[in-house]
Design a protein around this ligand. Structure first.
Ligand code: ADP
Length: 447
């Protein structure tokens, strides 16, 4: 169901419920009020009759109907109401009005017991509704007075009709308002859905949705735009990586092809054959390294790994111990102060290993390598040739290798992996000169 229809249904339901409650309560209250007015009227008439009767206190029984003082007492009320006096057995003693009033069980009871309270009843005779009050007469019997309540019924029907009309117009009005306001709210969402659909259909991420509507919708649209921008740049980076990779793969592959062709020559002496095989071995190693570095860059580790709070000291110690075992080099570790930082452990492991690998690779065997942990800062210090000032800003680019070190094995991706790690963790990497010569790589985590 669309937001618009849902909105429409909810608003109409609320409106209907409100109108129903208002109509029903105004109907009930007005009916009660009108009926209480009628009851009050009947009470007043009874008071008048009893006052007249008290001024003529006689025995009511056995008298001629015309001369009956009761008839006199009923005179003031006879023109606009039906009055009737019954005996204790329920038979009509005196009656004025066009119809006989019904004598119910309750009325008979009060006719036989003057201590009982007055009885109020509503009834219908020949389609006309009446409200009746019956009061006991002290000497026995009961007085009944009824008023035609047709006017009240008409008023009640008018209220009912008014309520229905109010409901109808209220519903129409609220449905119209709801339809237009729901359209206003849902339009930007629809625009977003259309944009998402277009991306899914065409694969084209160059879609920008206009930021419009209420604040939440604006936020949603701007998040959507940021998401497509992030996807665009990620796709661009992937494309670039594939292009760079295929370019880098070409060199060892061409060399492998040339060397394998050389091996086919029959006039090749043993020394040249050994040389060529060694070259092939080096090229295969290079390809293996390149493919593993490429897969580290391409498979976005940060997506699969969760960020955890980690104490840097022990983590660095583990990587350093592993490097010591692997290279049998003098790698010292000083932990001055160890901070706890948020990081993805295996991504960090790989980044730090790459930096130590480089220090090992680029510095002479007899020189020491120092790793220093100072709170949220890690330094990897070597005493090799160092990085030329012109290369410092470039060595973190993918496949960049400075001219002086190209003879050494490598893919040019190690520092790009480190750069990706620091970018993913809001940290920084920089290369400085080691005093006395060499390179010092510094990873600085945020405070
Ligand atoms: P690779 O080591 O595979 O060549 P990297 O991305 O790890 O690729 O390094 C890029 C380049 O940065 C290296 O080729 C080298 O020229 C330079 N470099 C990195 N670390 C050092 C270091 N510790 N000392 C001197 N040069 C370095």
């Amino acid at each position: 169901m669309s937001i618009r229809s849902r909105f429409l249904i909810v608003i109409c339901a609320i409106m209907l419920a409100t109108i129903a409650v208002l109509s029903v309560s105004s109907y009930v209250l007005t009916s009660r009020f009108l009926m209480s007015e009628v009851d009050q009227n009947l009470d007043n008439r009874v008071t008048i009759i009893s006052e007249i009767l008290q001024s003529q206190p006689r025995d009511l029984r056995g008298r001629n109907r015309v001369r009956n003082p009761l008839a006199n007492a009923l005179l003031p009320t006879r023109f606009d109401s039906i009055t009737q006096v019954i005996t204790d057995d329920g038979s009509v003693l005196v009656g004025f009005g066009e119809v006989d009033l019904p004598v119910s069980k309750d009325v008979l009871e009060i006719a036989n017991n003057s201590q009982l309270a007055r009885v109020r009843e509503s009834f219908e005779i020949e389609g006309v509704k009446y409200r009746m009050l019956s009061v006991p007469i002290r000497q026995g019997g009961a007085l009944q007075i009824a008023i035609d309540v047709a006017d009240i019924e008409r008023a009640k029907q008018a209220i009912q009709r008014g309520g229905l009309l109010l409901a109808l117009f209220g519903m129409l009005g609220s449905a119209t308002i709801a339809w237009f306001s729901a359209g206003r709210v849902s339009r930007p969402i629809k625009d977003l859905a259309d944009a998402a659909e277009q991306i899914a259909r065409t694969g084209n991420l160059d879609v920008e949705v206009a930021i419009d509507g209420d604040s939440e919708i604006k936020q949603l649209t701007s998040s959507f735009n940021s998401m497509t921008a992030a996807l665009r740049s990620s796709r661009e980076q992937q494309k670039q990586l594939v292009q760079d990779a295929s370019h880098e793969l070409r060199t060892p592959l061409t060399s492998l092809r040339a060397n394998s062709e050389l091996l086919q020559r029959s006039d090749l002496d043993e020394n040249a054959r050994v040389e060529i095989l060694r070259d092939i071995r080096t090229e295969v190693d290079e390809l293996t390294l390149l493919s593993s570095e490429l897969s580290a860059l391409a498979t976005d580790q940060k997506l699969s790994e969760i960020v955890a709070k980690v104490d840097l000291g022990p983590l660095v110690e583990e990587v350093v111990s592993r490097a010591r075992r692997r290279y049998s080099r003098d790698i010292s570790l000083s932990i001055n102060d160890s901070a706890t930082v948020d990081l993805r452990q295996s991504q960090f492991d790989r980044a730090l290993s790459n930096l130590i690998d480089n220090a090992v690779k680029f510095s002479p065997v007899e020189t020491a390598i120092e790793v220093v942990v100072d709170s949220n800062r890690i330094e990897i210090v070597d005493h090799g040739p160092g990085v030329a000032a012109s290369d410092k800003s470039r060595i973190f680019e993918r496949f960049y290798r400075s001219t002086s070190t190209r003879s050494l094995p490598g893919s040019g991706l190690g520092l790009a992996i480190v750069k990706q790690f620091v970018d993913d963790h809001d940290a920084k990497i920089e290369v400085t000169d080691t005093p006395g010569g060499g390179a010092t790589m510094v990873i600085q985590f945020k405070e």
